[in-house]
Design a protein around this ligand. Structure first.
Ligand code: 5AD
Length: 356
């Protein structure tokens, strides 16, 4: 697909155009990955971060945040809870660090989760996805060898000026891309994504983002609307973003649909950020071609400390409540949940030639 074709898909505004985009995307999803929904229990195990991304509520300079890092045992217990729920896969996510202690926590945690989550329904243990930022080639290798087999690293935006504006000099687009390539070479199933509705971001930028996902041959995509966090330098955009709320929400859904149409056999997540704008945001994401949902599994005593943006839902619910609520929401879309399944992206097997 060309950038112009993707641009046209993203431009859908009238109810008729939107519905035609949605049904096309839904059909592509059914044809290429089926209609089942895969769960990944989301464990936000630490909000400590060495970076200062200007959109993010847990940026290093935000001194109002109480920092935490779960112990290895807590991480393992939470993962095993997910296995007992039938989630099949988990995502371990945190702010970014690269010190020895942090790396060892992840390596040790992953090894033990793999061992201890094996059961008759999960003979190879939980599927483990890491979302812990830019790391060295050696570290990626250690994570992979420990048993993690997927890695998420959003590129955030592929528009160079925007990337630089929101990250400052300490992060570069080139390094993100290099990390994604290294992760792929290491053997990971690789996920990336962007934020939608960033101030100054154009439809053309978003069309190019989708072309980037295709170029880098991503297996998984996670995208959501940009939402303001009041303790960030971007709080000044609050009114502008509030005014554009409906537009950004629809644009986020159009991005999911256009990505499904362009990439076909990848996994696409209906992210929590969608639900922050609209109560039914995640279900809507599923209707536009997403096939993955990440139920909140972070222990409740730290959950309100992992706030990347204002208005995050499910902060006060228990993990069990979140599970029940999501099940109902998905049932309402008429889709079946694939329990006790890794739900690997079909694209990974096509791209690598592995059987599975
Ligand atoms: N609004 C929406 N998404 C955000 N993220 C970080 N901060 C925000 C925000 N203010 C997203 C980034 C990151 C992911 C973990 O959360 O895309 O990669």
């Amino acid at each position: 697909m060309t950038s112009n074709e993707i641009f046209d898909l993203l431009s859908a505004r009238s109810p008729a155009d939107i519905e035609s985009l949605r049904t096309q995307a839904y059909q592509v999803m059914v044809d290429h990955v089926g209609s089942e929904v895969y769960f990944r229990g989301l464990v936000e195990f630490s909000n400590e971060c060495i970076f200062d991304c200007s959109y993010c509520g847990i940026r290093k300079s935000n001194t109002a945040v109480e920092r935490y890092c779960l112990s290895k045992d807590e991480i393992i217990e939470t993962a095993l809870w997910c296995a007992r729920q039938g989630y099949g896969s988990i995502v371990l996510q945190s702010g970014q660090q690269s010190n020895r202690e942090f790396i060892e926590l992840i390596v040790g945690g992953v090894q033990q989760i793999k061992q201890r989550s094996r059961s008759s329904v999960l003979p190879h243990g939980l599927g483990i996805t890491l979302s812990v930022g830019e790391q060295s080639k050696e570290t990626y290798r250690r994570f992979f060898d420990a048993g993690a087999h997927r890695y998420l690293l959003r590129v955030e935006t592929t528009a160079k000026e925007l990337f630089e504006k929101f990250h400052g000099p300490e992060k570069t687009l080139q390094r993100r891309v290099t990390c994604l390539e290294t992760m792929k070479k290491t053997g990971f199933q690789v996920g990336t994504g962007v934020m939608i509705g960033l101030p100054g971001q154009t439809l053309n930028d978003l069309a190019n983002d989708i072309l980037f996902f295709k170029d880098i041959d991503a297996d998984m995509i996670g995208m959501g609307p940009y939402l303001v966090h009041h303790e960030t330098p971007m709080n000044g955009y609050r009114d502008e973003i509030a005014e554009r709320k409906n537009e950004i929400f629809q644009l986020s859904l159009n991005m999911i649909a256009a990505t499904r149409i362009a990439l076909k056999d990848v996994n696409i997540a209906a992210t929590t950020a969608l639900q922050t704008i609209d109560q039914k945001g995640r279900e809507m994401g599923l209707m536009y071609g997403a096939n993955v949902i990440m139920p909140q599994a972070t222990p409740r005593h730290v959950r309100n400390k992992y706030l990347l943006y204002d208005g995050k839902p499910c902060v006060d619910e228990s993990a069990a409540d979140c599970a029940a609520c999501l099940e109902q929401r998905i049932a309402a879309t008429g889709r079946a949940i694939a329990w006790n399944s890794w739900g690997d992206p079909c694209h990974f097997f096509t791209r690598t030639g592995n059987q599975d």
